[in-house]
Design a protein. Structure first.
Length: 277
């Protein structure tokens, strides 16, 4: 929600880059206090390789495609396609790690993903604007975003091994910054970035978002998949559209449809299955 407010002021691409700065500082402070290493200099070359690729795939390719999909076909339909990413992550993890899911795991994942799709899909058509060509392009970009999210997490688990999750996130963010520098240089966006960083409120909202997103959220997502199967962890992480419903109601006084509430209940039930079985 912080990123949404900032994005309306300076654009999503600028937010994507600016958010990484405060997150990198916070991770450096965390590493210095907790591990005695402000920078991940103790990581192996193999960890740097896979985590750097993960940063490019997840933060740069995945997020840029997703935010572009938001513009082409709306947030709800884009998020609906993104609900596929836990299943994609589970399939990738099965190939890479040989992680097999039990029957209860599959049931919990199905309920969670199905509930998310039901909640996000409620009134999805009202969020779809523009020509049909833009919707098709948006679907492709959202699918690439889902693949980026899933692939980035799988690559992170490969590179992380037994390494610290917060330090691993720091490597991913450092690589992502390099990726955005290359991207913005290629498209000539530095003038817009210079204007964006002068917008004090937008930078403040982006910094707050960086605390909950790249610093806490992404780091704990790596910690989660380090200690549980990819499909189970990804399904629980994907409940963001459900968790955000009460926040949107309280902050924006938004009206929530019956299908959204029912989808939320089903998704929470799926998470309960994943936790309790």
């Amino acid at each position: 929600m912080f990123f949404e407010v900032a994005g309306r002021r300076i654009g999503s691409l600028a937010v994507n880059l600016i958010r990484l700065g405060p997150a990198l500082v916070l991770l450096a402070l965390w590493g210095w206090i907790v591990r005695g290493y402000p920078l991940p200099t103790d990581a192996s070359a193999e960890a740097w390789f896979y985590l750097a690729i993960s940063g490019w795939v997840g933060f740069v390719i995945g997020d840029v495609c997703l935010f572009r999909a938001f513009l082409l076909m709306g947030t709800r339909l884009s998020t609906l396609v993104m609900a596929l990413w836990p299943a994609l992550a589970a399939i990738m993890s099965w190939f890479v790690f040989g992680e097999a899911l039990g029957g209860w795991d599959v049931l919990g994942m199905t309920l969670t993903i199905g509930g998310i799709a039901m909640a996000v899909g409620d009134r999805a058509s009202s969020d779809t604007t523009g020509a049909q060509r833009n919707v098709r392009r948006g679907l492709v970009l959202a699918l690439i975003g889902a693949l980026g999210q899933a692939g980035g997490l799988v690559l992170s688990k490969v590179g992380m091994g037994d390494y610290d999750a917060f330090a691993a996130t720091q490597i991913r963010i450092m690589a992502a910054i390099v990726g955005f520098v290359v991207l913005f240089t290629a498209i000539g966006w530095w003038g817009k970035i210079a204007v964006a960083v002068k917008n004090g409120p937008a930078v403040a909202y982006t910094s707050l978002g960086a605390v909950f997103g790249p610093f806490i959220g992404v780091s704990l997502s790596l910690y989660a998949v380090k200690h549980t199967s990819m499909g189970v962890g990804a399904s629980i992480m994907a409940t963001t559209p459900i968790i955000i419903i009460p926040m949107v109601v309280l902050v924006h006084r938004a009206r929530v449809g019956v299908m959204s509430v029912l989808g939320a209940v089903i998704a929470v039930g799926g998470v309960a299955v994943l936790f309790l079985i």
